[in-house]
Write a protein that binds this ligand. Structure first.
Ligand SMILES: [Ca+2]
Ligand SMILES: [Ca+2]
Length: 195
């Protein structure tokens, strides 16, 4: 009888520790998975009222001189604590039209080559231009998408709780040769709000 009781008690203890262990790991996972979640209140950034903090712009079937934008992205802090700073990062990936596989097209430009031809004509956050923060890193004489993707656009002024700000971007494809025919890219703009 005593043996059974002891067994029961140790079973219960084992169950409790398993439960505690699970809870702890779940909380830790949450903290790691979403750095926007803090102990006191929440930072909940939404772009243009959609959950998720990456806006994607597709640049395909463009002709020389074509422009994109101005694209305006609304950044909302739906949380209840102020975001002290905002980090922006741009990236891109190749998005060619099917014609790029056609045998009569001898050249397939890379995403980097395409991005270097996309001059950033406007980049504004909170009404302040960001172009002066982007150096001509690829030394081609213009501020382009490849430069922007490699520039440091962190530590910008944040967004207070329940407030929203705008990010605006526009770009123009240069006077490229027919080598760029059927080339295209997807442009991803990621926003991170920090406490
Ligand atoms: Ca290509
Ligand atoms: Ca450049």
């Amino acid at each position: 009888m005593l043996k059974q009781k002891l067994l029961m008690i140790s079973l219960i203890i084992a169950m409790i520790s398993t439960f505690l262990g699970t809870v702890y790991i779940a909380f830790r996972d949450t903290a790691i998975a979403d750095s926007n979640m803090m102990n006191v209140g929440t930072l909940n950034l939404k772009t243009t009222n959609v959950n998720g903090v990456t806006a994607t712009i597709t640049a395909t079937s463009m002709s020389p001189g074509d422009t994109i934008g101005p694209s305006s992205i609304n950044l909302n802090n739906y949380g209840n604590i102020n975001g002290a700073s905002l980090d922006i990062s741009l990236s891109y990936s190749e998005h060619d039209s099917a014609a790029s596989a056609a045998p009569n097209l001898q050249v397939n430009k890379t995403a980097d080559q395409f991005a270097a031809e996309m001059t950033i004509t406007t980049m504004v956050y909170r009404g302040t231009g960001l172009l002066q923060r982007i150096p001509d890193l690829n030394s081609n004489g213009r501020i382009d998408l490849q430069d922007a993707a490699n520039a440091d656009l962190t530590g910008l002024t944040g967004i207070t709780a329940s407030d929203s700000e705008f990010f605006i971007i526009s770009m123009q494809l240069g006077n490229v040769s027919s080598d760029f025919q059927a080339d295209g890219i997807d442009i991803m703009i990621n926003f991170r709000l920090n406490q």
